[in-house]
Design a binder for this molecule. Structure first.
Ligand code: CMP
Length: 138
């Protein structure tokens, strides 16, 4: 079944010049980009996006990091898009991520881990609607 998932190239990914590399991976894997834009979140917007993590020890620094520079947000579409995107990214902690994954290759640490991807259909729906109206998804 075709699914949609939200992908974010985080501020560290943009700063490191990895926008093209991340997009290339998605396209190579046959994930179709059906919406894309560059935005800069303020602190409150980052807190709203990561609201499920409110109260966790890393919430403050995560939302400061996510509002520290521009990000690229994309909607990816394809068969099992959520799971396939997670495989391309690798585990949250780059030290645990499989060889060849984006996080293993490029991430500095568990927080600054280059990319974000939705982890389930319900979160994908919330996360896509956080950034895109239905008119912006082609
Ligand atoms: P992401 O996939 O965007 O989902 C939540 C984010 O919180 C995660 O990637 C990391 O950037 C960050 N994160 C998760 N766990 C930790 C942790 N233990 N310490 C610091 N940051 C974390």
């Amino acid at each position: 079944m075709k699914e949609r998932t939200l992908s974010i190239i985080k501020p560290d990914g943009v700063r490191k010049g990895l926008i093209g590399e991340v997009i290339r991976r998605f396209e190579k894997e046959g994930l179709k980009i059906v919406a894309m834009k560059m935005v800069r979140l303020d602190k409150e917007e980052a807190e709203g996006f990561y609201a499920v993590h409110r109260g966790k020890p890393f919430f403050e620094s995560l939302t400061t990091f996510m509002s520290s520079g521009p990000i690229v947000v994309m909607v990816l579409e394809g068969e099992k898009a959520i799971e396939r995107n997670r495989q391309i990214m690798g585990a949250t902690d780059p030290q645990q991520a499989e060889e060849g994954t984006i996080r293993r290759m490029y991430a500095d640490n568990i927080q600054e881990n280059i990319v974000h991807g939705s982890d389930a259909p319900e979160t994908a729906t919330f996360e896509i609607s956080y950034f895109f109206s239905s008119l912006e998804i082609v």
